[in-house]
Write a protein that binds this ligand. Structure first.
Ligand code: GLN
Ligand code: ZN
Length: 796
């Protein structure tokens, strides 16, 4: 039998049981014992699902409170000393304090897990870090599974990936010097698994799919040589991209098998086959662990049948990566249209697909004829459904010409027209879009959704909120106003619900971080905009004021990035469809008299591929999609974009190539680093570096913001500077928002005076020609991306 297995299963539970249990525990409403019982119930259920689906082994050890990297940190005992916790006697409350902070200590850092929207807790290591062992929870989970009589295959993140993903607060500290100690800890863990009679251990090394420096590549040799005699067999798992360039070397490591991602990187198969040792297992990741589409089982069989013929029992079948990144089960989707539902496979359904594949390999396709027929039928319906393919969209897309992604004139012409039209003061002040989402606003939206209030009452209440926001902004003296986004729960969902080609699940939750889950919408078909989405709102908001009102839209790349995307056409193609839909909206806003339009792209950076070699191609289509959405307007209409919570310095040329008239950008993580980047690169258009961090209720002082602005003036010509917070304000309350914005306006006004009075300062909002920009990739691989605290995504 071809073995089947998964690299991990979603742990939150089909009804987000883990989330609710954790949050109740945090509120002090339940005991540690009760929370542990919920965890145990979920583990048992998920193992049973794997066993019932006929998988050869069940994955254990993939469960985690909050996060698997934090789990590994506590298993190794490598807690940051600043918390003062005893690793071996850690309580769950202390564990959560590591992740969430406590009265004395800020939380450990969190960042994105490779290019997923899952966030892990970054190990915090230095020369004194100890790896003497900590909690027994990992082993307890394994024992639990063994006690159920299940064929247990533990899963662990590997030592090199663990270290690679860690950080040190000590400048210049070489984390690799810790490798011998870390590996020693793994030796102990593996021998304890061996003592339990465990045969195979899956050891995840997704860092092998990154561009690793030579010393880190060497680290694999050292680490795995030291683990060779642990007594267990190791399945070295790579995923999310290709590891083919390391295949020859990795194949010589003293491990017993390799898992590779054949969904993301099918091209790597031949390279691995060429070097696969004669006794080694190849675990083929053939079911998409990152997306929700039902697999094309015949196509997969065509790939794996020859492999099975060649490798026999040494071929294992698996999803491409842990199923952590997809929702638990379609069972919870009762309202999804039956046709669309038949196209989908969540984690539980993917288990069944694996079993079908294995059965077909061993007993022939006839043995699973009904399953294959069902998959064929779903595929055929998906291919031919009129809901997927829309000839008009296709025609329109085919007719897109290069000039449609070009504004009529270059920036230096446009900006003159815009300045004439907008008549803004120097250092204009604005905000990023959303204003506090008060309980009243949330209740209004919920009441409307439930049908408790009608469309008219809803509209009136929302308009009341918009009016309130406008009045407050006028009182504050802001220059370019926003309507406040009271009608939006989530910046992707709001638009997705109004676009054709998008579907929404009821319970398609995916863990984002800790207890937070997101429910990404599903792009299943050609996207188009049946009617204007924001024009009435914008027109109403503009009618309330003489100041320019910004129209607020979500950009095509962010729409794409935060959705489950169709797999039957390239992402670039879907992005272009989204771009056309947004372009229509941009043009309609302009026609309605809106003179400033912001197209948010907070997720542009996070779409960057893992391999730098792939960056240029991605940036090319991503930037083109943005430009296509933005370029239908006249010169005097000012296009803004906004980005946040990512490292931008490595993609500055691409950001410039977006050619937005103004970019507002988060700087709070490292104001100077970002500004220096923009200064050194000589960013050609206007820019509003965020002058305060909206994630804190702390009201920044006038002088703090003035200092930041003065520093900004040193690297960016003041005539091209804007003044704004670093992200939307929806998570804040009104009192601190008003206080902070009042200070921000004061800082801008004071600086205007200073600059105007400075002898020799040529103070005019003059323009300069935009630099010719090529797409170039920088050098960062180890980057944080749009953070969980970003206000764009509703995580519940
Ligand atoms: N306009 C959005 C807001 O202000 C932008 C959110 C984001 O950057 N993620 O909420
Ligand atoms: Zn933002």
């Amino acid at each position: 039998m071809a073995q089947t297995h998964v690299l991990g299963f979603p742990r939150i539970g089909a009804r987000r049981e883990l989330k609710f249990a954790q949050e109740a525990f945090w509120r002090g409403e339940t005991s540690e014992a009760a929370l542990r019982e919920t965890g145990a119930t979920l583990r048992r259920r998920h193992w049973q699902l794997q066993a019932d689906a006929g998988l050869a082994t069940v994955a254990a050890g993939d469960f985690a409170w909050y996060d698997q990297m934090l789990g590994l940190t506590t298993l190794l005992g490598a807690l940051p000393a600043r918390f003062g916790f005893d690793a071996a006697a850690l309580t769950l409350a202390q564990y959560f304090a590591l992740a969430r902070g406590n009265a004395e200590q800020p939380a450990m850092e969190m960042t994105k897990w490779f290019d997923t929207n899952y966030h892990y807790i970054v190990p915090e290591l230095d020369a004194d870090s100890r790896f003497d062992g900590g909690t027994t929870w990992f082993f307890d989970d394994i024992d639990e599974a063994l006690a159920q009589g299940l064929p247990v295959r533990p899963a662990l993140i590997g030592p090199v990936t663990y270290l690679w993903l860690s950080k040190s607060h000590v400048a210049g500290f070489d984390r690799l010097t810790l490798l011998p100690k870390v590996v020693e800890a793994y030796r102990r863990i593996l021998s304890q698994l061996h003592a339990r009679g465990i045969e195979w251990v899956q050891i995840d090394e997704p860092a092998l799919c990154l561009d690793l420096p030579p010393a880190w590549r060497d680290a694999y040799d050292h680490a795995y040589a030291a683990l060779a005699d642990s007594g267990v067999k190791l399945l070295l798992a790579t995923y999310f991209d290709t590891a083919e360039d390391h295949a020859a070397r990795v194949a010589t490591l003293p491990v017993h098998g390799f898992h590779i991602d054949l969904v993301r990187a099918p091209q790597q198969l031949q390279a691995w086959l060429a070097v696969l040792p004669a006794t080694a297992v190849l675990s083929a990741g053939v079911i998409d662990g990152r997306n929700i589409w039902r697999a094309d089982l015949r196509k997969v069989l065509a790939t794996v049948a020859p492999l099975h013929a060649k490798l026999g029992d040494r071929l294992w079948l698996a999803p491409s990566c842990s199923l952590l990144h997809v929702p638990v089960s379609l069972d919870a989707e009762t309202r999804l249209d039956p046709e669309l539902r038949s196209w989908l496979a969540f984690a539980t359904e993917k288990l069944d697909e694996l079993h079908t594949l294995a059965t077909a390999l061993v007993h022939g396709e006839a043995a699973v004829a009904d399953k294959l027929a069902a998959a064929d039928a779903a595929l055929a319906s998906r291919r031919s459904s009129r809901r997927v393919v829309n000839q008009q969209v296709q025609k329109r897309l085919a007719a897109v010409t290069a000039d449609m992604a070009e504004r009529a004139s270059p920036f230096d012409h446009r900006i003159v027209r815009q300045r004439d039209a907008l008549k803004l003061p120097p250092l204009p002040t604005t905000t990023i879009g959303s204003f506090p989402q008060t309980p009243a606003i949330r209740q209004t939206r919920a009441a409307y959704k439930r049908g408790d209030i009608g469309a008219l009452e809803y509209l009136e209440r929302i308009r009341g909120e918009i009016e309130l926001a406008v009045r407050k902004q006028e009182a504050l003296g802001l220059d370019v106003l926003v309507h406040g986004e009271a009608e939006r729960n989530d910046m992707v969902e709001y638009f997705g619900e109004q676009l054709c080609g998008y579907a929404f699940t009821e319970n398609g939750w995916v863990q984002s971080y800790g207890s937070r889950c997101v429910k990404p919408p599903v792009i299943f078909g050609d996207v188009y905009r049946p009617e204007p989405m924001t024009v009435d709102t914008a027109r109403f908001a503009q009618s309330l004021t003489d100041k320019p009102m910004k129209g607020m839209l979500t950009g095509p790349v962010t729409m794409l990035q935060w959705s489950f995307v169709r797999d039957d056409q390239p992402r670039a193609q879907t992005a272009r469809q989204l771009a056309l839909a947004i372009r229509d909206e941009v043009c309609d806003l302009e026609a309605a008299g809106i003179r400033v339009i912001q197209i948010d792209e907070p997720a542009l950076r996070e779409g960057l591929p893992l391999r730098q070699a792939d960056w240029a191609a991605y940036l090319e289509w991503a930037v083109q999609a943005f430009r296509l959405s933005a370029s239908g307007v006249g010169d005097e209409t000012q296009i803004h974009t906004h980005m946040c919570y990512a490292e931008f310095n490595d993609i500055l040329p691409a950001i410039a190539a977006m050619d937005a008239d103004v970019i507002t950008i988060e700087t709070s993580r490292s104001a100077m680093e970002l500004l220096e980047g923009f200064g050194a690169f000589d960013y050609p258009n206007e820019i509003g570096p965020g002058v305060y961090d909206i994630h804190s209720p702390r009201v920044p002082t006038v002088s703090a913001m003035t200092r930041l602005l003065e520093r900004a003036c040193e690297v960016i010509p003041p005539e091209r500077l804007w003044v704004n917070p670093d992200c939307g304000l929806k998570t804040r309350g009104w009192p601190e928002t008003e206080a902070a914005l009042a200070n921000m306006v004061s800082a801008a006004r004071a600086l205007r005076q200073t600059l105007a009075g400075q002898a020799g300062t040529q103070w005019k909002r003059a323009s300069r020609p935009a630099a010719g920009v090529a797409h170039a990739a920088g050098s960062h691989v180890h980057g944080a991306a749009c953070g969980p605290s970003c206000t764009g995504q509703a995580a519940l």
